[in-house]
Ligand binder design. Structure first.
Ligand code: NDP
Ligand code: MG
Length: 389
């Protein structure tokens, strides 16, 4: 029997790679729904090529264009109101939406007891405590797709959790790893959108240059694997071949290595709990020659310090952190603030909101997480505007 799948964010980097894998095994998969936002022509094309029942745009203003693009085909067009329902309708949902917009569809799949293959790290950063509780309550299955977390998940399989001493997540260092610090003030969005190893969406690529991506991933790991903040380390690894390592109480370190191809992590989640052949390059270690590691420089990447503060604060600090980061990233992309101002906007937002009851309280509802998200967006927008003036 073919397994039904919904691909959230189908028009993005993770979504396209998911459909590439699914399309290679048509007997195993039945594509139920594909979703996107602005990329209407591509969304329609993917929906038809994969014989989806429904295609959804998350933007109300794009629904008409989607309906036009799908006229005369067997695919139904739908708007944002269908997103949560369809996210929960298939046996497995792959969430490749970028940003906090991925949270509500993730929750819908979880509350329907589905398997959620999660690339959208913002889901766990913004509401990790709620997400893991709801996964348990509804008997859902949560599989990480972020490459570092897939690596940790694989290295942890079969290992008693109380024997884990620490986890180590690697970071390439992004576009500015080797730039002199004094040049960073003049860094442009185009400069930041150059990843040394991975080909990903623009937002995560710029977040890799600022290390906000790694900061989100540290919080993601804390929530996903129920670790203490002090158990999570980040190491800069320019080659991005070792994705993550698990350290056990006997001192052993188990590493996961792989090529720069997200289809490994996506394919692992699609095939879990088994493994199947994947169309990814096999590593040639002798051709690689050597791998290098170094400590992250927190002057260059203040985001890592902020991540530790967010983990210590817990509650709704994660939602506020992610939302402030999204606003700061938009302001940088639009040329309103500089590259290094992003961390300042996020830190000032967290400072202004700290101590508020609606930020410090535990995350018990989706509405609570979304309201902390909005609060931080408004605050961060004010702070960014003051810098831009
Ligand atoms: P992309 O920018 O390539 O794609 C994002 C997807 O989300 C697109 O389908 C886009 O639609 C859709 N989208 C954008 N805004 C909204 C919205 N408001 N509501 C609903 N859907 C929306 O992102 P990536 O694929 O790079 O990343 C997706 C997620 O996966 C992120 O959380 C990222 O951190 C994570 N991730 C990505 C990796 C990668 O290799 N790319 C690796 C590990 C994690 P449209 O394009 O049609 O506007
Ligand atoms: Mg990652």
């Amino acid at each position: 029997m073919a397994r039904s799948i919904t691909v959230l964010g189908a028009t993005g980097s993770v979504g396209e790679q998911t459909l590439d894998l699914v399309g290679r095994e048509p007997d195993r998969w039945r594509v139920h729904a594909v979703t996107g936002a602005t990329g209407i022509a591509r969304l329609a094309e993917l929906a038809v090529a994969h014989d989806a029942e429904v295609a959804i745009t998350a933007l109300p203003e794009c629904v008409e264009a989607l309906a036009d693009a799908l006229a005369g085909t067997a695919v139904r067009a739908a708007g944002p109101e269908a997103l949560e329902h369809e996210a929960a309708a298939a046996e497995i949902a792959v969430n490749g939406i970028v940003g906090a917009a991925g949270l509500a569809p993730s929750m819908a799949a979880i509350r329907a007891g589905r398997t959620l293959a999660l690339a959208n790290k913002e889901t766990l950063v913004a509401a990790g405590e709620l997400v893991t509780a709801e996964v348990a309550r509804h008997g859902a299955t949560l599989l990480p797709v972020d490459s570092e977390h897939s690596a940790l998940f694989q290295a942890l399989t079969g290992e008693p959790r109380d024997e884990v001493e620490r986890v180590v997540i690697t970071a390439s260092g992004g576009a500015f790893r080797d730039w002199p610090l004094e040049r960073l003030a003049a860094a442009t969005p185009a400069d930041a959108n150059e990843h040394p190893n991975w080909d990903m969406g623009r937002r995560i690529t710029i977040d890799s240059a600022s290390m906000f991506n790694k900061a989100l991933e540290v919080v993601e790991a804390r929530e996903l694997f129920d670790l203490r903040p002090g158990q999570i380390e980040v190491v800069v690894h320019p080659e991005s071949i070792v994705h993550a390592l698990v350290g056990f109480r006997d001192g052993a370190l188990m590493a996961h290595l792989g090529p720069h191809d997200m289809r490994h992590a996506i394919g692992y989640a699609l095939n879990w709990p088994g493994r199947r052949p994947l169309p990814v390059e096999r590593l040639d270690l002798s051709a690689l020659g050597s791998l290098s590691f170094r400590a992250p420089d927190e002057e260059r990447w203040p985001a890592l310090r902020l991540a530790r503060e967010v983990m210590e604060a817990r509650g709704h600090a994660g939602a506020a952190f992610n939302a402030a980061k999204e606003v700061a990233l938009d302001a940088f992309i639009e040329g309103r603030i500089g590259f290094q101002d992003m961390a300042g906007v996020v830190e000032e937002t967290l400072t202004r909101l700290s101590g508020r009851g609606d930020i410090t309280s535990p995350v018990r509802s989706l509405e609570g997480a979304l309201s902390a998200d909005q609060l931080a967006r408004d605050e961060a927008a004010r702070i960014a505007a003051a810098i831009g003036d």
